[in-house]
Design a protein around this ligand. Structure first.
Ligand code: 5AD
Ligand code: SF4
Length: 498
């Protein structure tokens, strides 16, 4: 990624190849219909609006992109920031900016509430800055009630769009600049996957790479299939090409992203169809790439082929995130998870046997409608047997429009909270014991940052996703180094470089 100089100033951050295509757009001609050419046209057009604003301000306008939710959303926000930089905004962390965009999550209600809080705050900032524009996008905007609420109660918002038309962001920015009303564009779904748009990565040395979009699993508690749409797989050639470009740009570690990576390939034409295990193998072949992660596999179809590919490829990170959700077969059935507690346990223990150095982490929901104390006992029993390296525990949150929203609760809020607490206690105990098993070993880590508390330390990530703090300076950031683990501190280690 280079900065492109216009009139001697470093302004637009896009790669040179893309810049040539953007510059080639003819603003006096017809708007191209094909993508991504259409967006290149609008990037060039948006630059005029942003340049005008820059003249008025006497400096580059600032843009702040705030992401809620999962890795998928974090990656989408890098695409948003890519366009904002390509049209001439300068990035800032502060919401005191000329353009602030919130990329929302709606997986649980508390994610929604945080967005409303931030929109209120942004509204107060806008009163002080007449040039400020506010955008809201992402999963929550795919729900009509949320959009209605913003239209009614958050009138300071200038632009709303959803998950399916993110690729049109440059075009929507132009519409926003040309309108004095709230611009709203929400699509119900799409089959389109638009490649080759600008991306501004948060880290120069690691990156997410989308492999599928959407989800077809319809777990009964989950809003994702409704807000992210039907599952679509990217062409494997496009994925490998993106990884190669990232590596050429300095990336050493990629994370392959999909709601259910195991089902990668379904829907691709026969001549392109490959399994996730085959894709992983292809990605590992990219020279210069040092580590590959993936998120998230569904336990119902994690294949032996995948385990074999991981085993044979030292580049694949030793970390499997294997969402359990519940350890009760009856609750799993009502969640539509398509596996029993025995099937899950067999798989998890097989991974422990075949990939002994891999960390296994999980997601668990407590308080699913109909769940009893005995069901939670079953969940705790699985935690004790698998001994997760880490587990994310959530209290069930009712999502309107999902089947489970109509299921009846049998436990009180207090009982659910107490089940949550007893699960958390076991999770913490087992996770602590589990991470300590690497004490006194040597590990290769990718150094990600300076330590937040102590600037003489850096923080690196092990293959199994655990963090290690050790002495070192800024020059190590983005490098793979070998570290000896001296002391386990629960969820992280202290170590020294060897
Ligand atoms: N309530 C609580 N947790 C949920 N998750 C998904 N939907 C809900 C919900 N309605 C959790 C699941 C999933 C993780 C990303 O979020 O555990 O794996
Ligand atoms: Fe990610 Fe799901 Fe939240 Fe959307 S709703 S941001 S897909 S976790």
């Amino acid at each position: 990624m280079d900065k492109v100089s216009i009139n001697g100033n470093d302004i637009y951050e896009v790669d040179e190849e893309m810049e040539a295509l953007i510059e080639a757009a003819d603003l006096d001609g017809k708007v191209p219909e094909a993508e991504p050419q259409r967006q290149y046209y609008f990037i060039k057009k948006a630059r005029r609006y942003v340049d005008e604003l820059a003249k008025e301000l006497g400096r580059r306008p600032l843009a702040c992109s705030v992401a809620f939710g999962c890795q998928m959303n974090a990656r989408d926000s890098e695409k948003i920031l890519g366009v904002l930089k390509a049209v001439g905004y300068e990035e800032t962390d502060s919401e005191k900016a000329e353009f602030v965009i919130y990329n929302t999550c709606t997986v649980r209600d508390n994610a929604d509430q945080r967005v409303y809080g931030r929109l209120g705050y942004a509204g107060s900032l806008k009163k002080k800055n007449p040039h400020m524009k506010i955008g809201v996008c992402g999963c929550m905007m795919q729900e009509q009630v949320a959009v209605e609420k913003i239209k009614k109660s958050y009138r300071q918002v200038d632009l709303i769009f959803g998950t399916h038309n993110l690729f049109k962001f440059a075009e929507l920015l132009c519409t926003m600049f040309e309108s004095d009303r709230m611009v709203i564009d929400i699509w119900k779904g799409t089959n389109e996957i638009v490649e080759d748009l600008p991306v501004a990565r948060k880290y120069p040395f690691k990156s997410g790479v989308n492999i599928t979009f959407g989800c077809d699993n319809f777990c009964t508690y989950c809003i994702v299939p409704y807000v992210r749409g039907r599952e679509r797989s990217r062409d494997p050639k496009d994925i490998v090409r993106e990884v190669e470009k990232l590596v050429a740009d300095g990336v050493k570690e990629v994370m392959l992203l999909g709601q259910n990576v195991n089902s990668y390939g379904t829907g691709l034409p026969d001549d392109k169809k490959i399994s996730f295990a085959q894709l992983l193998n292809e990605v590992c072949k990219v020279e210069g790439l040092e580590r590959v992660r993936f998120m998230t596999p569904h336990p119902k179809d994690l294949s032996q082929e995948l385990i074999d590919v991981i085993k044979a490829n030292p580049k694949v990170a030793r970390h499997i995130h294997l969402p359990l959700q519940s350890g009760s077969t009856e609750i799993l059935r009502r969640m539509n998870r398509k596996y029993t507690r025995e099937q899950y346990l067999d798989l998890a223990l097989k991974i422990r046997r075949e990939l002994p150095d891999a960390a296994i982490t999980t997601d668990i929901i407590v308080g699913f409608p109909g769940e009893t104390n005995a069901d939670v006992d079953d969940t705790i029993d699985i935690v004790k047997q698998v001994k997760y390296d880490n587990a994310f525990t959530f209290i069930y949150s009712k999502r309107t429009g999902t089947p489970a929203a109509g299921f009846e609760q049998v436990l009180s809020e207090e009982e659910i909270k107490s089940n949550f607490d007893r699960l958390l206690k076991v999770v913490q105990e087992t996770a602590h014991a589990q991470s300590a098993r690497f004490n006194d070993t040597d590990q290769r880590v990718l150094v990600e940052s300076l330590n937040e508390q102590d600037a003489s330390l850096v923080t690196g990530r092990m293959s199994n996703n655990t963090l290690v703090h050790f002495e070192g300076g800024e020059d190590l950031i983005g490098q793979f180094v070998d570290v000896h683990l001296d002391e386990c501190k629960g969820f992280y280690y202290l170590g020294h470089r060897i």
